[in-house]
Design a protein around this ligand. Structure first.
Ligand SMILES: [Fe+2]
Ligand SMILES: [Fe+2]
Length: 337
């Protein structure tokens, strides 16, 4: 008796890209036999269109093609934030070392030698499709967290888009600081997720239209540890944990939750703390209007070296002088339009 399934299993889609029809047909024959759904493209542009129309689970890519060659297709797909996760196998003659090196540089995941060996094709596609399935799940976990972070904002019209702006400010500071581009992405994502723990804070406190009393404030302060707790078991977001937990620490050691001081506060958290505080100062809140930029700058300066890392405040001030705030808010308006 077959076991009932909640979701019917998907047949993986494999895109075969080759300008030689006989090659495409040959591969399609093997792949259909292996139980895959096959799409074909005759050149690089057709391949990009096919990926945009329906994301495949695997791409088998010839190199020498008219118009746009395989290396260019590979580079474009690997530069895309989502499509880079689609595994790409380059089809090449086994002796062609030069092509293999170019393929590796373009981000190809594997190579398949011509003439094709059915067994080799089976093994390589299986391994890559398993990887693909794992990546999809990982992606889904992250997606849920980002959706939660946005759900937190949606509860409160005063903080709408706050997390997005904090992410953008933090990313810009990372760039100006000269961090690696992957760290800058991490700052953006950590910025978006920093207040995730507010999901555990009751509306009566989160949305209170006046200053919080001591007890309420103590509960509110728990949001950074709550955020960490929510993400703790998720390996894919482990890198954001220091930002989430420590974004309310102060360099003079009087912040929370761990009263860390100076460089004991993780760098990502020191950066996000400034982005967060700035956006909170200049935004309206239920119990007060946002500060003007001049007053917010005065407060930023007076907190430099006490609440915030002085060197990073200096970087941020330079970015504000160069128009960062307008760029961040304009981008948001454009994204909403
Ligand atoms: Fe916070
Ligand atoms: Fe915040």
């Amino acid at each position: 008796m077959s076991v009932p399934r909640l979701v019917p299993p998907r047949t993986p889609i494999v895109l075969v890209v080759d300008d030689v029809r006989a090659n495409r047909e040959l591969l399609e024959g093997h792949l259909v036999e292996l139980g895959y759904d096959v799409r074909q493209a005759r050149d690089g542009y057709e391949a990009l269109d096919a990926v945009a129309a329906e994301e495949p689970d695997l791409v088998l890519l010839d190199i020498d093609m008219p118009k746009l060659d395989g290396i260019a297709v590979c580079e474009r797909l690997k530069a895309h934030p989502v499509r880079r996760l689609i595994p790409i196998v380059i089809l090449t003659a086994s002796s062609d070392r030069e092509t293999r090196l170019r393929g590796i540089a373009a981000g190809a995941d594997d190579f398949l030698s011509k003439p094709f060996d059915a067994k080799e094709l089976l093994i390589r596609t299986k391994v890559l499709l398993n990887q693909r399935a794992l990546n999809r799940r990982l992606d889904a976990t992250e997606g849920v967290l980002f959706a939660l972070a946005r759900a937190v904002e949606a509860r409160d019209r005063y903080t709408i888009h706050h997390a997005e702006r904090v992410g953008r400010y933090a990313q810009a500071m990372g760039e100006a600081f000269g961090l690696h581009s992957e760290d800058n992405d991490l700052l953006y994502e950590g910025g978006v997720l920093h207040d995730l723990g507010k999901i555990a804070i009751a509306d009566a406190i989160l949305l209170k239209p006046g200053p919080l009393n001591e007890q309420e404030f103590a509960r509110m302060r728990e949001h950074s540890a709550e955020g960490e707790r929510i993400c703790l078991s998720l390996r894919s977001v482990a890198d954001y944990l220091p930002i989430i937990r420590h974004h309310h620490e102060r360099v003079d050691g009087t912040g929370y939750p761990d009263h860390l001081g100076g460089s004991a506060i993780p760098l990502g958290a020191r950066i996000v703390a400034i982005a967060d505080a700035w956006d909170a100062m200049v935004s309206d809140r239920p119990y007060r209007a946002g500060l003007g930029c001049d007053e917010a700058r005065r407060r930023l300066d007076s907190g430099s070296g006490k609440q915030w890392d002085a060197a990073i405040v200096e970087i941020f001030a330079g970015l504000l002088d160069a128009g960062l705030q307008d760029r961040v808010t304009d981008r948001q308006l454009a994204a909403r339009a």
